[in-house]
Design a protein around this ligand. Structure first.
Ligand code: G1P
Length: 300
């Protein structure tokens, strides 16, 4: 079985839900505590043993490439000033030379098209795919657990979680067959179905391990839900030939593509950080105690 060495990060999305900030800042560069959203997703990939990062970017996303490069002037200034802690933090996050690649999705044609744009950089090997809107909090990263399941099963693996049955139209939904290891075999997939047409309430939560045959399928994949080329439609075709398994992730997931999810992520990761959590906790508690009576008064 081939090791999962490469990870694809589709970062071309416009981020319209975060206007006006995203006029000038890619949504993936918005900060959760003190690091950009994309850093959390890259950290999860590296924890899973990923060696090469592939970013599918778009117009106005150049700052993502700058972020993953060395900032020589900054390093020189920090060195002159003896800022050892900051230097070692930057060094620990720095991709090694030649281990990050960038390509552009030239038109916003959908997730399936974005993934297809990475085909030459991935080559003919199985790969990880991480959607940067979703950031996950768990002692052991979601992708690490997926790689462990993959080592038992082979095939293709999708992270899944359960949603409110009334919200299936927001996600890709899978059908659940028999349990296998830490997951289950998938026997159906639909992108953004109405509740009545959903095969279950298990939604695809943004982490994938896929075989390279997906690229040939995506090359001719027609537009689907939302008039976009959908990865889920391509995977459904691949599922006729290869096995798909769901890894049921049980940590916390934050949808940083929505304002509520992004703010919740900031609070949750601040409370997870030993250096600031006590102060943040006390301040939040004081804030909530003061705001609650105002909500109650407004409701009367
Ligand atoms: C995409 C996928 C969908 C998945 C979701 C997770 O949808 O197409 O299958 O459930 O990400 O966030 P999007 O959020 O881009 O509409």
């Amino acid at each position: 079985m081939r090791k999962i060495r490469k990870a694809v990060f589709p970062v071309a999305g416009l981020g319209t839900r975060f206007l006006p900030a995203t006029k000038a800042i890619p949504k993936e560069m918005l900060t959760v505590v003190d690091r950009p959203v994309i850093q959390y997703v890259v950290d999860e990939a590296r924890q899973a043993g990923i060696e090469h990062l592939i970013f599918v970017t778009g117009r106005n996303k150049g700052v993502i490439e700058d972020y993953f490069d060395i900032q020589v002037e900054l390093v020189n200034t920090l060195t002159e000033r003896g800022k050892e802690a900051e230097l070692s933090l930057l060094d620990s996050l720095q991709p090694k030379p030649g281990t990050a690649s960038f390509t552009r999705q030239q038109a916003p044609l959908g997730l399936g098209h974005a993934v297809w744009c990475a085909r030459d950089l991935v080559g003919g090997e199985p790969f990880a795919l991480l959607l940067p809107d979703m950031i996950m909090q768990a002692e052991q990263g979601c992708m690490k657990k997926m790689v462990e399941l993959y080592e038992e099963t082979g095939g293709n693996i999708l992270s899944v979680e359960q949603c409110d049955p009334a919200e299936t139209h927001k996600y890709g939904i899978v059908g659940r067959a028999e349990d296998v290891g830490t997951g289950f075999r998938i026997d159906g997939m639909v992108e953004k179905p109405k509740a009545a047409e959903a095969p279950s309430n298990f939604f695809i939560s943004g982490r994938y391990i896929l075989q390279p045959e997906i690229f040939d399928i995506l090359e001719t994949q027609e537009k689907g839900a939302g008039n976009e080329i959908q990865l889920t439609d391509g995977m459904l075709k691949l599922a006729a030939r290869q096995d798909f398994y769901g890894y049921h992730f049980t940590g916390r997931t934050f949808d940083c593509g929505s304002k509520e999810g992004f703010i919740e992520a900031n609070v949750a990761f601040a409370l997870w950080r030993p250096d600031i959590r006590e102060k943040v906790y006390d301040n939040l508690q004081e804030l909530i105690e003061n705001v609650e009576p105002k909500f109650a008064a407004a409701a009367e």
